[in-house]
Design a protein around this ligand. Structure first.
Ligand SMILES: Nc1ncnc2c1ncn2[C@@H]1O[C@H](COP(=O)(O)OP(=O)(O)OP(=O)(O)O)[C@@H](O)[C@H]1O
Length: 289
């Protein structure tokens, strides 16, 4: 895991500034600022309804924020203001990919086809957007081979190579979750946003997911932003954790820092800050008896 000092030296890939999102009378996100460092796994955590998915939806263009700025800086130095782009361009130009809380694969297509469809934009560009291009151009053939190679790489990495020709909908749940991540990686993202990737996984699948995410960070340099309720996953793989409650940030730092932050303990136990000490000692007394 990355030390705090190394993290300070990293540059910022995503900067969320004064983000607010209102749904009618409900302020789901209220003046939220946070940063994601390049090459880190950053976890966004918080109790149910804290606003985590809403933040994801603002970053990935599914919602237009009521206020605030979301800037993404690519490795090349190119910058994008995500709140001004469509969801399509956030993936295509800014290179932000995401998965959803509820799996959204093409269940009737094979595992391999799901990974090839993800690379459709690149292939169409290589064809010059013409049928003749599809049929004859050398550039298209090269790109098609590269797409298959990319799909094969991620099938191996996610341990799905033996299921390549099976319909995605036939895979067990844990395999489908990994396929979603493979599909997102096939778009060549610089930032990968994962909404509850460990939800519904058994301990063996959860361990495989941890290893996959660490390998995505370490071997490809892709930055990862994840929402996760499973604290064993968050504490094991994150370099940086941001905690939300009622649409506001209540803690931000290393996993150790947030784990011991009284505000976070209070949020998870559902008590006021000044009652935390009492509740913790009561819990300890209870566990000793
Ligand atoms: N499209 C919407 N319209 C109205 N209210 C919404 C909408 N999306 C989210 N909300 C509300 O915004 C608040 C934050 O919801 P959100 O789904 O972002 O929380 P969350 O932290 O992701 O929760 P969970 O952990 O349960 O997924 C909730 O009160 C939710 O009901």
């Amino acid at each position: 895991m990355t030390s705090g000092i190394q993290t300070m030296n990293k540059d910022t890939i995503l900067k969320v500034e004064h983000l607010s999102m209102r749904f009618g009378g409900l302020m789901a996100i209220n003046d939220l600022s946070l940063e994601v460092k390049r090459g880190d796994i950053t976890a966004l955590i918080g109790p149910n309804g804290a606003g985590k998915t809403t933040v994801f939806n603002c970053i990935t263009g599914f919602y237009k924020p009521t206020m605030g700025m979301i800037s993404m800086t690519q490795k090349s130095g190119k910058q994008y203001l995500l709140e001004r782009l469509s969801d399509f361009d956030i993936t295509k130009q800014a290179k932000v990919a995401r998965t959803f809380q509820n799996i959204r694969l093409f269940g009737g297509l094979t595992v391999l086809e799901n990974l090839l469809v993800a690379q459709h934009n690149k292939l169409m560009k290589a064809s010059g957007y013409t049928v003749m291009g599809l049929l004859g151009m050398a550039g298209y053939k090269r790109e098609a081979e590269a797409s298959i190679e990319m799909a094969r790489f991620w099938l191996e990495k996610t341990d799905l190579i033996d299921r390549a020709d099976d319909p995605a909908g036939d895979l067990p749940y844990g395999d489908q979750r990994r396929l979603e991540i493979a599909r997102a990686m096939c778009t060549g993202p610089e930032l990968l946003c994962l909404d509850e990737p460990a939800a519904g996984l058994n301990p063996r699948e959860s361990l495989a997911l941890n290893n996959l995410l660490k390998s995505i960070r370490d071997d490809t340099g892709t930055s990862v932003l994840l929402i996760e309720h499973d604290m064993s996953v968050v504490m094991e793989i994150s370099d940086h954790v941001v905690v939300l409650e009622y649409g506001q940030k209540i803690s931000d730092g290393t996993p150790d820092h947030v784990k011991n932050d009284p505000k976070v303990i209070a949020a998870y136990l559902g008590v006021e800050d000044d009652e935390v000490e009492d509740v913790i000692s009561e819990e300890l007394d209870g566990s000793v008896q």
